[in-house]
Design a binder for this molecule. Structure first.
Ligand SMILES: [Zn+2]
Length: 230
């Protein structure tokens, strides 16, 4: 294990998703120590070597660290944000908007008040849908004009441009996005995406269901409750 090469994934502004091999990365803890922490803002030098699938990681400079020791809620949010961003990223395809959204969201995370976490997570998911062109900027309920994020925890979406608050949205044909805590001994949170209409199955198989259901969120444990509920 300690002699194994580490594969590290970087979301970049100008080159999309970059996969790098850090030679004997698990042994070079002193050299790459900070990089192994998810969510850090880094400056990297990497090079291409023939016959390798991955880029070679030459140097890393951590510009901003993201760490929440023993704060399980923020760790959950950190992992969720990073994994959803990586899922939407594409190798070699620049996506400055996705990069900036992820960077800004992670920067806001350190100052986040505990009681705002549902709104914070909902806003991130809605914004990433917008950045990917699935949804037009949506934060007001299309029916009652209330700010859907104010009510937090329950939003109904009909792509590409209808968003309803929890009070107006109890109709069929919508995607229901629910963010709620689960009561248990271990800090645990579930994010439900309920498919109320078959219309959205193909959209979500292509864009979201893969990471949430087929492949599963890799940082299992606290994320095990991220599910698609049909
Ligand atoms: Zn409404």
């Amino acid at each position: 294990m300690h002699n194994a090469d580490a594969i590290l994934y970087f979301l970049t502004d100008n080159h999309g998703l970059i996969s790098c091999r850090a030679r004997k990365g698990y042994k070079s803890l002193r050299r790459f120590f900070n990089v192994f922490e998810m969510g850090n803002l880094c400056e990297i030098d990497y090079s291409f070597r023939r016959a390798l699938t991955y880029y070679h990681l030459d140097e890393v400079n951590v510009l901003q660290r993201t760490e929440f020791p023993l704060d399980f809620l923020k760790l959950f949010l950190l992992h969720f944000i990073c994994e959803l961003s990586l899922w939407f990223s594409r190798p070699g395809l620049p996506d400055v908007n996705l990069f900036n959204l992820t960077k800004d969201t992670l920067a806001e995370l350190s100052g986040l008040q505990v009681h705002q976490w549902r709104r914070f997570l909902l806003e991130f998911v809605l914004r990433i849908f917008c950045e990917e062109g699935l949804l037009h900027p949506p934060y007001r309920c299309s029916r009652c004009k209330a700010n859907t994020l104010e009510k937090s925890g329950d939003v109904f979406i009909r792509f590409p441009d209808v968003v309803l608050c929890s009070r107006c949205g109890k109709t069929s044909g919508f995607l229901r996005l629910v963010v709620q805590p689960v009561t248990s001994d271990v800090p645990d949170i579930s994010v439900w995406l309920s498919l109320l209409s078959d219309d959205y199955v193909s959209v979500f198989i292509n864009h979201v269901a893969g990471v949430l259901e087929s492949e599963g969120i890799r940082s299992a444990g606290v994320l095990r409750n991220v599910l698609i509920k049909a």
